[in-house]
Design a protein around this ligand. Structure first.
Ligand SMILES: *Cc1c(COP(=O)(O)O)cnc(C)c1O
Length: 481
């Protein structure tokens, strides 16, 4: 007995390092704070694309060992290998893809969440944490216009939240494996690829994908949807799901929800809205009208880690009839049999695929409580107007061919050279922009044309950044000519 006790004490003392004392905590915190403070103080000088030639190999070469190293060398390694190469979504000059920067306040929320680590999985385990998540989801459901009874889940991002909605739609329509190759999903050419991936992951890769015709603004045509569904029914297929976008990735255009909802109701389709990028623009009076009919969808995905500026890792799934979400994800196990409280709220574990999970709510709840919703509303209004400003300035310049007028905060364009291949010219333009690094834009294909996209979403993007973007573009166009 004394022998085992002695051994235990030895291991106890060898594992002591896991819990630093107050002085050590203070020292580490100070160093990390110095590092992040320097980062934040110089963030506006950062290029949107950094090419230091370092590719993170220092991290792989350093490996993982039995003994630790000092915090200074760790921070240095991080700076050289992670911070110094690649796209800087934290920069206000970053206008590629849809990946705006994270807020300081969220970092504080994450810090508290990591230190206190509530078990946000189960109501009886941590009722306050679960209610915090529910409060955020109720706020979002209210923005969408869903009635009482809507439920949701804070997932790690839009793709995961989409998977949750797809599974709920599948279970609600009682589809079985034998139905999958007859089940039809309606979308447009501009629908995000996470749906096909989600179907694949949900075991439904055999589903038929029907691309519905679009109007001149690349919005789904409800009359074409209806025609497709009727034809599919005549063929003996099972029309199941229609996906509308509240802001596509390519153009930020918004599908006509009211008209789609009419067809979905008549044809008994599950109506899902992808608001991963644009859903929160419902906060803006400038564009709110476009979202009419959003409340008639069956489910929706909205990404706080895009227009609400939390760090990457927060996407919300909402289902209008919460019971359907619960029935698709509820599970019990003998080792979870003890409940400590009356169940006032449904547990997140019963509303999604995860069990133990990051307490994500605090990274959004803390900033919303601290500064309120108003600054976010203002930021989104500013982004909409900045986008219109840049679009109009560029449209007035010779040689610029503009895509549709921006509905939210995204547009596409291309430059038409006096001679030579247009696609090639624009591809080269993107390459030159990347080499220059000051601003970052990405590209897409629209009707097989190579188009450059501008997405304005960062709270660090203001008029100066828009002017710089146009200035740099013009410089690069001259250079290629
Ligand atoms: C970003 C995005 C997604 C996917 O969300 P992730 O958080 O990246 O998984 C889906 N749809 C649209 C329109 C998006 O912009």
């Amino acid at each position: 007995m004394t022998d085992i006790k002695k051994q235990i004490r030895e291991f106890e003392s060898a594992s002591d390092l896991i819990e630093p004392g107050s002085d050590r905590r203070h020292e580490l915190f100070q160093k990390v704070n110095d590092y992040t403070e320097e980062f934040l103080q110089t963030v506006n000088e950062r290029n949107a694309y950094i090419q230091s030639g370092l590719d993170g190999k220092g991290i792989s070469d350093a490996g993982i060992h039995e003994e630790g190293v000092g915090i200074d060398s760790i921070l240095e390694m991080y700076k050289d290998n992670v911070e110094q190469q690649g796209i800087s979504t934290v920069s206000g000059k970053f206008m590629g893809y849809i990946a705006p920067c994270s807020m300081f306040y969220s970092a504080l929320g994450d810090y508290i969440a990591a230190i206190t680590d509530p078990f946000s999985v189960d109501y009886s385990a941590s009722p306050g944490a679960v209610r915090m998540e529910k409060t955020l989801l109720d706020w979002m459901a209210n923005l969408v216009g869903y009635p009482q009874g809507a439920l949701g889940n804070l997932a790690s991002g839009g793709s995961m939240a989409t998977l949750i909605c797809l599974v709920t739609a599948r279970e609600s329509h009682k589809l079985k494996a034998r139905d999958y190759d007859k089940s039809v999903v309606y979308m447009t050419d501009l629908t995000h690829h996470c749906f096909k991936k989600g179907l694949l992951v949900a075991g439904m890769g055999e589903c038929i994908i029907r691309k519905v015709a679009v109007d001149e603004g690349y919005r789904m045509r409800a009359d074409a949807l209806k025609e497709c569904v009727e034809k599919d029914r005549e063929r003996g297929l099972l029309p199941w799901l229609v996906i509308g976008s509240a802001g596509t990735t390519d153009l930020g255009n918004v599908d006509p929800f009211e008209a789609i909802a009419d067809v979905a109701a008549e044809q008994k389709l599950w109506f899902h809205i992808d608001g991963a990028y644009g859903g929160f623009f419902v906060l803006s009076d400038l564009v709110k009208e476009k979202f009419k009919g959003m409340n008639r969808s069956d489910s929706i995905v909205m990404n706080p880690h895009k227009p609400l500026y939390t760090p990457f890792g927060l996407g919300a799934a909402l289902v209008k009839n919460g019971q359907q979400l619960y029935e698709a994800h509820h599970y019990t196990a003998s080792y979870l049999q003890d409940n400590y409280l009356e169940q006032d709220e449904v547990s997140p574990a019963d509303l999604g695929p995860e069990l133990t999970r990051h307490f994500r709510a605090l990274r959004l709840w803390l900033p919303l409580k601290l500064i309120g919703v108003a600054p976010f509303r203002a930021a989104l209004n500013e982004k909409i107007l900045l986008t219109r400003y840049a679009y109009e300035r560029m449209a007035a310049q010779p040689g610029y061919e503009m895509g549709p007028y921006p509905e939210l905060s995204t547009f596409a364009f291309r430059v038409i050279p006096e001679q030579g291949d247009v696609n090639e010219f624009n591809r080269q333009l993107i390459t030159e922009l990347r080499k220059d690094g000051r601003v970052f834009l990405s590209s897409t294909l629209l009707d097989s044309n190579y188009m450059i996209r501008v997405n304005v979403l960062s709270y660090r993007t203001h008029i100066e950044e828009m002017d710089l973007m146009i200035e740099v573009l013009n410089e690069m166009v001259e250079k290629i000519k």
